[in-house]
Design a binder for this molecule. Sequence first.
Ligand code: BES
Ligand code: MG
Ligand code: ZN
Length: 488
Amino acid sequence: MKVKFVSKLNKMSETVFLVLSKKSALKNIGFNDKHLKEITKSIENKGFGFKLNEIIEINSIKDRKLKTVYICGLGNKTKDLSALDFEKIGGRITELTKLKTKTSVIIDKEINNNENIMRLGYGSILGSYSFNKYKTKNFTNHKLSLIEIVSNNHTKLNKDFKRYASISDGVFYARDLVNEPSNVLFPKAYAQRIQKLRQHGLKIEVLGESKMKALKMHSLVGVGQGSQRESQLVIMHWNGNKAKKTKPICFVGKGVCFDSGGISIKPSNKMEEMIGDMGGSAAVVGAMLSLAKRKAKVNAIGIVGLVENMPDGKAQKPGDIIKSMSGQTIEIQNTDAEGRLVLADALWYAQKRFKPELMIDLATLTGAMVISLGSLIAGLFSNDDKLSSKLIDAGEESGDQVWRFPLNKSYDKLINSKFADMKNIGMGGAGSITAAQFLQRFVNKVPWAHLDIAGTATGMPKTSTNTSWATGFGVHLLDTFVKKFYEK
Ligand code: BES
Ligand code: MG
Ligand code: ZN
C-alpha cells in the first residue's frame, strides 16, 4: 500500500475520510452544499461529537461517485495530540477502508504539524500488513492500494515521507521474519534471505560453523550443536557516512530460529511460539534495511547470531563447560538460557572487529521480562546513562517504548560458578537482570545497551497498526535513535 500527499481532493474519490476537531471545520474542505447538508444531517442524527477517535460512517450520500464519508474526531485539544495519536488514526483508516481500492483523507486545517500528518500516513501503512502466505482458504486480501492525503504542503511531505516508507518496509521485513515458521526460516535460509538485501546497498558477510569455530566462538556454536541445521553469523554493513573517520555504531541481535530449550526442554504448551525467538535479530535486520533504503548518513553494523536450540544425542548438556571467544569459561546449567550464549560471542566479535562507538543488542531473552513489563514496553539495561536516555527518548518518539532496569555488582555475583568463570543462569530471581549481567561480562569499556524484547516482539493485543502476531518492535526505535542522535 502507498501513501501520497496531494494538493486537493480527487473529485473521483468514492471514499473520503475526514479527520476533524469540530463541525465548523467541515466548511473549508471543498464539499458542495448538497454533500455538506447530508453530512451535517447524519452528524446531528447520530449525535456525533468529534471526540478523539470517535468515528462515524455516512453512507447516505446520493452522488454517483462519492459513496461513503467517514469522519474521525480529534477532540477539542488538538495541541495536546501526539504523533502516536495520529498513527493510530491512520491505522483505523486502513482498518475501515481496506476493502476499497483507494481512500482520500482530509485533515483539519488546524493540524499544521508535518510530522503528525506523516505519522497518520505511516500508521495507515502499518495497518495494511498481513501474513497470509500459508492460508489457502478463508482469508480476505485487502484491496486498499493507495491513500491520498490532502495537504498544501504536499511536495515537502512527499519528500519527507520517504523516511516513513523506509521504516515501514523495515518493520514489515521484521514481521515477516518473525511470523515465518522455523521449518522454513532455519539459520541458513535466514542468512540467505538477509543476503538478498545487498540489492539495497548493504554489504553482507556470512560465517558458517567452521569459520566461527576457527574464531573460537564456542559459546554460540555450542547452542546449535544439537540441531540438524548449521548455525550462522551474519554481518551487515551500512556505510552511509563517507567521512571514514567515524567509528560505526553496532546493533547485535539474538536469532534463535527455534528455542525448544534443548536438553533442558521447555513444556510443550505454547512451545510453537518459540519460532519468534529470533525477534531481536529481525529488529536488527529490519532497522539496517530501513537505514539503507533511506540512505541514512551513518555508519552502522548489524550482527545477528542465527541458531536453532534442539535436544539431541549431540546436544550441549547441563554441567558442560565451554570457553567463549572472549576466553572466559561458562558452566552451562540450563540449556534453555541459550540466548545469552549466542550474544556473548556476537558482542565480543562486534567489539574486537569493529571497535564501535556504541553497541545495542536486542533479544527475546527472558520469560521474566514478559512477567515484569508484559507486551507493551521493553526492558533496557545499560552501562551508560547518556545512551540510556537517548534510547528512552527514541522510544517515546517512535512508540517502541523502553524502561530502564538496574545493573550492579550484587546482581553480577549471582552468576558466579563453582567450576568456571560464570554460569549461564542466576539464582534468587531477577531473571532478566542476571541475564543482562551475564551479557555485561562480555562488554569492554564501550557504551552498551541491552533491550530485552521477549514481551514486545510478538503477541501484542491486536491494534489498528498491527494485526499480526509479530510486531516488528525495535525497527522504528533504532531508526529514530540514529536519526535523532547519530546522523550528520
Ligand atoms: N527464549 C526464551 C525467553 C522467552 C520466553 C522469550 C518467553 C519469549 C517468550 C529464553 O531463551 C529462555 O528460555 N529463557 C529462560 C531462561 C531461564 C532458563 C534462566 C526463561 O526465561 O525461562
Ligand atoms: Mg531458551
Ligand atoms: Zn531463547
